[in-house]
Design a protein around this ligand. Sequence first.
Ligand SMILES: CC1=C(CCC(=O)O)c2cc3nc(cc4[nH]c(cc5[nH]c(cc1n2)c(C)c5CCC(=O)O)c(CCC(=O)O)c4C)C(CCC(=O)O)=C3C
Ligand SMILES: [Fe+2]
Length: 311
Amino acid sequence: MTSYDALLVVSFGGPEKPDDVLPFLENVTRGRNVPRERLLEVAEHYHRFGGVSPINAQNRELIAAVGEGFGLPIYWGNRNWHPLLEDTLRQMAADGVRRAAAFITAAYCSWSSCRQYLDAIEAARAAVGPGAPEIVPLRHYHDHPGFVEANADRVRDALASLPEDARGEARLVFTAHSIPVSMAGKSPYEAQLRETAALVAAAVGGDRPYDLVWQSRSGPPHIPWLEPDVLDHLEALHAAGTRAVVVAPIGFVSDHMEVVYDLDEEAAALAAKLGMAFARAGTAGTHPAFVRMVRDLAAEPEPAPHAAPAE
Ligand SMILES: CC1=C(CCC(=O)O)c2cc3nc(cc4[nH]c(cc5[nH]c(cc1n2)c(C)c5CCC(=O)O)c(CCC(=O)O)c4C)C(CCC(=O)O)=C3C
Ligand SMILES: [Fe+2]
């Protein structure tokens, strides 16, 4: 092991009861240009699921899996909902933790998926004050063999779940969260996703055609975000004669609300309407290769400091 006293899992956070939904959404969008209508629409996605996001339970499962025989205590703090980073860092300080490695549950680097987490860690340290532990973010892992293998395995499972006559011709459709084009222009986000898509497609094998498209667009309609959207893309594939798809959300590391609502509800319903065979691949979640990756990253020599993009 290295010089860390603990591992800190840093995630997005999500509501765990109906009353959490609006305050959570207000935390996520504070200072951001997200129209109120969009906020209320997304609130409905959460209320469809009883006001509970799956993300916190998924982080608890990941922590339990990584923790088996790990040798360091594992803490967990979110940037948008409880347990909040500030409370977690305060507890770590009280427990005598001086230096912790941070595993961030976002695999690609943009202002939103990288800088915001690092800023949240620094804000939490500042709030805790001089006793706050030093936090060392682990290196990026979008191209780590453990992450690639976990995703490839999920795609193989999804292919196997399709009707037998659809498997051979099924097209792979990788998805990630759309971000504003201006944000994308200042970050490696899209290039990293293209790299991972190529690595996962190669690991699945068979020279299967694949695409990388975007989901969960937010923001005001006149601001350009990365396109095409997965729904438009499914329509286009259908029009071009594609009869089967596997949609694989490689942009996320667990099956949280953006995945279960935007893909399992919306994309699946569209595919059914179009008469396309559809299977949604799982995310890395608690796949053993991904769990091993987290442990291995924490055991690596200390990485160089992150160079996170500005907005
Ligand atoms: C790149 C990226 C990731 C992947 C990296 C990572 O994992 O961090 C991600 C993950 C997630 N996004 C999530 C939820 C939300 N994201 C929103 C809004 C936004 N996301 C953005 C980007 C990303 N988001 C952006 C540019 C905005 C617009 C506001 C702004 O410019 O800052 C909003 C506001 C409503 C809306 O407009 O959709 C919500 C509720 C959840 C939790 C799901 C759950 O509860 O299970 C997760 C894991
Ligand atoms: Fe988001």
